[in-house]
Design a protein around this ligand. Structure first.
Ligand SMILES: Cc1ncc(COP(=O)(O)O)c(C=O)c1O
Length: 379
């Protein structure tokens, strides 16, 4: 396509763009698994108004935009508070779960280079269910990834994980909950082991960070997964998932600034002047930070807990419905709203395909062959 020669009428152009969406995911109808976290028109209105208000701001320069600096600092400290962090917990906002995980691994790598120079080939130990963001970060950062098969209950196998740690291990990670099956790994046990061995421990709470604390308040059985566990040294939690913030918002938290200091990047010899940035991105959408701040303050514990209640009740209906069909079976014991199911007799991918004709979007899983859904969307 050629770069347009002439300017166009804005109304006509925007109308044309509206039509582009005809075949997109029908997220308003609550039939999508995990791509859009729609929490109602009132939330959407608050977030998009805040976003538009700060549309052109740039989070790269706190001096130019103290408003963004303030909101980012508050989102970080509110998230730390939600996840039982004390006053030493520090962090940053990133563009999403992948960037938060990347930063955590980069921090671990650079910390090991500084403190343990004898480690020439650093590795991290993770369960096989961990999100591929870890594979990606290890690939970019030249860290060896030791993936350990999960147990029969689909959770990280603590003993196997512990046995896989060696003298080059710089970090252990686990999920709360994991993406494929929605189960929480044995974080308390693994993090205590990591502490004993003086190894960093990262909790991937990208999915659960803004959901599990509220489910817990409702009385559901949620094991500890956050900074209430001593050995936990970093947590990733995505505002753009169950925080209902705009796409492009996540928080990476560290137990203290002694660990976080390895995250920063500073270039001192550029002709453009001193250049420093805390995360991977250079310019950052101040609008996304503003949207995150707005939604957290709009909903508060009260609003998030109400949403979590509806989500869990809806998930229960899905799970009961699936369990009532003889040929289908839920995998493991999902801890939150993400669950997966399979069939011993039927082709589960075909079921997913037929469901997609009715606008349902299920995720195809493998190892074992199954499909998953996220019960929040229909709430
Ligand atoms: C458990 C978990 N970790 C990490 C990620 C990566 O997050 P993002 O897609 O925002 O980069 C996801 C995404 O679904 C996830 O579910």
């Amino acid at each position: 396509m050629k770069f347009p020669e002439k300017s166009r009428n804005a109304e006509e152009l925007l109308a044309e763009m509206k039509n582009f969406q005809a075949n997109d995911l029908k997220w308003r109808e609550g039939k999508n698994g995990s791509f859009v976290y729609f929490a109602g028109d009132d939330v959407l209105n608050v977030v998009s108004t805040a976003y538009t208000e700060y549309f052109l701001t740039n989070g790269l320069s706190p001096l130019s935009f103290p408003s963004i600096k303030k909101m980012e600092a508050e989102v970080i400290s509110m998230t730390a508070n939600l996840l039982n962090g004390d006053e030493n917990v520090v962090g940053n906002m990133t563009s999403g779960g992948t960037e938060s995980i990347f930063m955590s691994l980069k921090t671990a790598r650079d910390r090991a280079r500084d403190l343990y120079p004898q480690i020439k080939e650093p590795n991290i130990v993770v369960p096989s269910s961990i999100h591929p963001a870890f594979d990606k970060a290890c690939h970019y950062l030249n860290i060896k990834l030791i993936k350990v098969p999960v147990g029969k209950d689909l959770r990280a196998d603590s003993e196997l994980m512990k046995n896989s740690v060696n003298e080059n291990t710089i970090l252990i990670a686990a999920s709360a909950p994991n993406y494929p099956h929605g189960v929480i790994d044995p974080i308390e046990d693994l993090a205590s082991f990591a502490k004993e061995k003086n190894i960093l421990f990262h909790v991937d709470a990208c999915l659960g960070g803004f959901l599990l604390p509220f489910i817990k308040r409702l009385g559901y059985n949620v094991p500890n997964f956050d900074f209430s566990i001593e050995g936990v040294t970093s947590i990733s939690a995505d505002v753009h998932k169950y925080g209902y913030g705009p796409r492009g918002t996540s928080v990476i938290l560290y137990k203290n600034s002694d660990i976080r200091k390895y995250q920063y990047f500073i270039c001192t010899d550029w002709s453009g002047g001193l250049y420093g940035s805390p995360t991977f991105a250079g310019s950052r959408a101040g609008a996304a930070i503003a949207g995150a701040w707005a939604v957290i303050n709009y909903l508060g514990v009260e609003g998030y807990t109400k949403k979590a209640d509806i989500i869990m009740k809806t998930t229960r209906k899905f799970i009961d419905g699936i369990n009532s069909i003889d040929t289908l079976e839920i995998l493991g014991k999902p801890d939150a709203s993400i669950f997966s199911f399979h069939s011993k007799e039927l082709d589960i991918y075909m079921i997913g395909q037929e469901m997609s004709k009715k606008d349902w979007s299920l995720d195809n899983l493998q190892l074992p062959t199954s499909t998953s859904f996220n019960g929040y969307s229909s709430s």
